[in-house]
Write a protein that binds this ligand. Structure first.
Ligand SMILES: Nc1ncnc2c1ncn2[C@@H]1O[C@H](COP(=O)(O)OP(=O)(O)O)[C@@H](O)[C@H]1O
Ligand SMILES: [Mg+2]
Length: 377
């Protein structure tokens, strides 16, 4: 029998819990041509939500393109990836794909290559210089609109991990995108990202190209009751019984982070397979096994951090991250000057090791926090 809990991958269909309101809202807005900025910390379920929404939109006859900017390392690779994905959304048969690429990308003249899984993709065999690239980018940015119009359909285009655009001289790209996208009446855009303040700044700062371009949609955690009934169902369908209150304890230990909840349940399911019963007392040993398994990763992260950043993480892990710029906090944790606390905090946020919610700073991976408490304090 297969373990029913999935983590570290996109979850769809019956592995995807709740999010019904969010799905409805996203689908409705995209159908109406509304641009959306979907933001949440990592591993909350943005990508899963997006993929589920795109599946539904495809069924309703929309063309859909999903671009993960983690896969983009240069202007050239952005051009290649975008061209390939947009073209594949419209045509998969190789002959037609070739023709579409010829018709819609006459200036780029990309080469079509066949990937090992048999699907076509795009290569550009010349160097793309940032300065001379704007004409090429216009051609690429216009393609969804032109394809959609020709087909008498609408296109949905998603840029996931959009904060990564900053690594490629984002300002130039943002300007180019805005100039094109604002005329697209056959395309809806969704930008998703995990660095909330970066994305919010893009949309709310008057000096930025994306100022007021769309609606910001923050994604929260999955409501406890919905998540519990999803988990309960997964356990019971595979013949497991649960001690009373065990699900509350699981959500408590994991602070209801979707990824961590599924991770812990996955391991509990494996550990309790013989008895098919999960009890309170199974949780701690299972957590310890998870931390052992993760420790190589955590040690590596830890060893790259300067002492001051380690101290801050220990302080946040032990206290919760309130009032961290207060004199008491700085003195109690031996953190030196407030300015150096600010510097370290900024660096830790940039590395996405910590997050900020209101005035509270917290460690983004709750298992890392538990590991710090266990190993470093
Ligand atoms: N709706 C959901 N139902 C169940 N598990 C979820 C859901 N959303 C996210 N998860 C869990 O969180 C993990 C990370 O989800 P993902 O969509 O990759 O998040 P993000 O894109 O925000 O980083 C998934 O592998 C899964 O374990
Ligand atoms: Mg994601």
């Amino acid at each position: 029998m297969k373990n029913p809990f999935r983590y570290g991958e996109v979850v769809t269909g019956e592995d995807f819990a709740d999010r019904e309101t969010e799905l409805e809202n996203i689908i409705r807005d995209l159908k109406a041509g509304q641009t959306i900025f979907l933001i949440s910390p990592r591993r909350y379920g943005k990508t899963s939500l997006i993929i589920n929404a795109l599946k539904r939109l495809q069924k309703d006859g929309f063309l859909t393109a999903y671009i993960d900017l983690f896969k983009v390392s240069s202007f050239k690779s952005l051009l290649e990836l975008y061209t390939g994905i947009v073209s594949r959304a419209a045509e998969t048969k190789i002959e037609r794909f070739n023709r579409l690429v010829r018709d819609f990308f006459p200036n780029i003249r990309p080469k079509v290559v066949i990937t090992p899984d048999g699907s076509p993709s795009i290569e550009i065999d010349y160097e793309v210089k940032e300065r001379s690239a704007s004409k090429l980018f216009d051609e690429v940015y216009e393609a969804p609109q032109r394809i959609a119009k020709k087909r008498n359909k609408n296109f949905i285009v998603v840029f996931d991990e959009f904060q990564e655009i900053a690594n490629l001289n984002g300002e130039v790209i943002e300007k180019g995108m805005r100039a094109c996208f604002q005329h697209h009446d056959h395309v809806s855009y969704l930008f998703a990202g995990s660095r909330r303040h970066i994305i919010s700044d893009m949309v709310s700062n008057k000096r930025r190209a994306f100022y007021n371009m769309g609606k910001v949609m923050p994604l929260g955690k999955i409501p406890v009751e919905e998540f519990k009934s999803f988990l309960e169902d997964k356990f019971s369908r595979t013949g497991f019984s649960l001690e009373n209150g065990v699900l509350d304890e699981i959500l408590d230990v994991t602070e209801n982070y979707p990824y961590n909840v599924q991770f812990l349940c996955h391991e509990l399911w494996n550990n309790c397979l013989d008895s098919r019963r999960v009890a309170y007392e199974d949780i701690t040993p299972t957590m310890n096994r998870i931390l052992d398994g993760q420790s190589a990763v955590y040690v590596t992260i830890w060893n790259t951090l300067p002492l001051h950043q380690k101290r801050i993480l220990i302080a946040i892990a032990s206290s919760g991250g309130e009032n961290i710029f207060s004199r008491d906090f700085i003195r109690d944790n031996d953190l030196g000057a407030a300015s150096s606390v600010q510097t370290s905090i900024n660096l830790l946020m940039k590395k996405e090791i910590i997050e900020k919610e209101g005035n509270i700073y917290y460690i983004s991976d709750v298992f890392f926090k538990i590991w710090i408490r266990k190993e470093m304090m």
